[in-house]
Design a protein around this ligand. Structure first.
Ligand code: PEP
Ligand code: MN
Length: 334
């Protein structure tokens, strides 16, 4: 961290600040210029509050030279991380297609969708059992029964399953779920992130509705700091002024995250656009810009879906999309 002092800083203020840094185990490299003094902090300044230091009346500016996400930062981990979920690999050149309904609704529904998406080339099955809904009056999932039906669909098809966990208290219910999803609304549920750090299972961390990439990475850092490195990031659209789509899919996040972190990055175009017609083109765009996978909502009867029917594509549309995705990925490699 570099701290630039104002020319008005007195010797006493300078000395006091240096002593405060040194008392925290940091070495201070002081360079005195004509107009200002610059303090270079050597050591581990991660726990320092940069905003607090910047608020001191004699401080001109504060700049971090290294980011505080050191476990998920590319600078210390140059090689791509590859997440393994059973036989499925994501990241480091491995691309995975996750598909399934927004919510698990019945045995017939989840098993038929699972069969259809598998036939079309999906690698994993998604399905919400505990649903975070904006309105408390909306369908909020089948809970434990939903997880049981998802496991049944896994047994029928062999597809590993992913489902959203909403609180740390639910962890015992998710013991046999292959990939634990942290939804956009929970990205900053730090108690949950810490517990997931201890659970050792792969975690799919969705970007919060208004989260910066830095906040997303720090959320991943929470899980990793607990000892669990099996984190996959998911861009799912962010809130902007545009009302045309449900959210705005921030595809530039994909190459940017690849630059910043070694973690795999997948894209969920369904929740980003909120409209069936826009899902395939945005899925293709995500593959073209280097996503390590996609998560897509698919329903056998979208018009009867209990949640997010408007953005669900049919199994036939999914099969057509999967074929085009293969072509786009080939083209992107060239
Ligand atoms: C979901 O994937 O089921 C979901 C609720 O998505 P998000 O958390 O991105 O809104
Ligand atoms: Mn949904």
């Amino acid at each position: 961290m570099i701290v630039v002092l104002k020319s008005s800083a007195s010797e006493a203020e300078k000395r006091e600040l240096i002593a405060a840094f040194e008392s925290r185990g940091l070495r201070v490299d002081l360079s005195e210029g004509e107009r200002q003094s610059v303090l270079g902090l050597i050591g581990d300044p991660a726990a320092l509050d940069a905003e607090l230091i910047a608020s001191l009346p004699f401080v001109e500016s504060v700049r971090r030279v290294s980011e505080p996400y050191r476990l998920c930062g590319r600078s210390l981990h140059p090689d791509d991380a590859v997440a393994e979920i059973g036989p499925v690999k994501i990241g480091g050149g491995h691309f995975a297609l996750i598909a399934g309904p927004c919510s698990v609704e019945s045995e017939e529904q989840i098993v038929s969708i699972a069969r259809a998406v598998k036939a079309a080339g999906a690698d994993m099955l998604r399905g919400g059992a505990f649903k975070p809904r904006t309105s408390p009056y909306d369908f909020s999932g089948l809970g434990e029964k939903g997880l049981a039906l998802l496991k049944l669909a896994r047994a029928e098809t062999g597809l590993p399953i992913v489902s959203e966990i909403m609180s740390a208290a639910q962890l015992p219910l998710f013991e046999d779920v292959d990939l634990l999803q942290v939804g956009a609304r929970s990205m900053q549920n730090y108690d949950l992130l810490r517990e997931l750090g201890r659970c050792g299972k792969p975690v799919l961390l969705k970007r919060g509705l208004a989260a910066t990439l830095r906040e997303l990475l720090l959320a991943a850092e929470y899980v990793m700091a607990g000892g669990n490195e099996r984190v996959i990031l998911c861009e799912r659209g962010i809130r902007t002024f545009s009302e045309f789509t449900r959210s705005t899919l921030d595809l530039s996040a994909v190459p940017e995250l690849h630059e910043l972190t070694q973690l795999p990055v997948i894209v969920d175009p369904s929740h980003a656009v909120g409209r069936r017609r826009l899902v395939p083109p945005m899925a293709l765009a995500a593959a073209a810009c280097g996503a390590d996978g996609l998560m897509i909502e698919v329903h056998n009867e979208p018009f009867k879906a209990l949640s997010d029917g408007a953005q669900a594509i049919t199994d036939k549309e999914f099969a057509a999309l999967a074929a085009k995705l293969r072509a786009v990925r080939e083209a992107a490699k060239a």
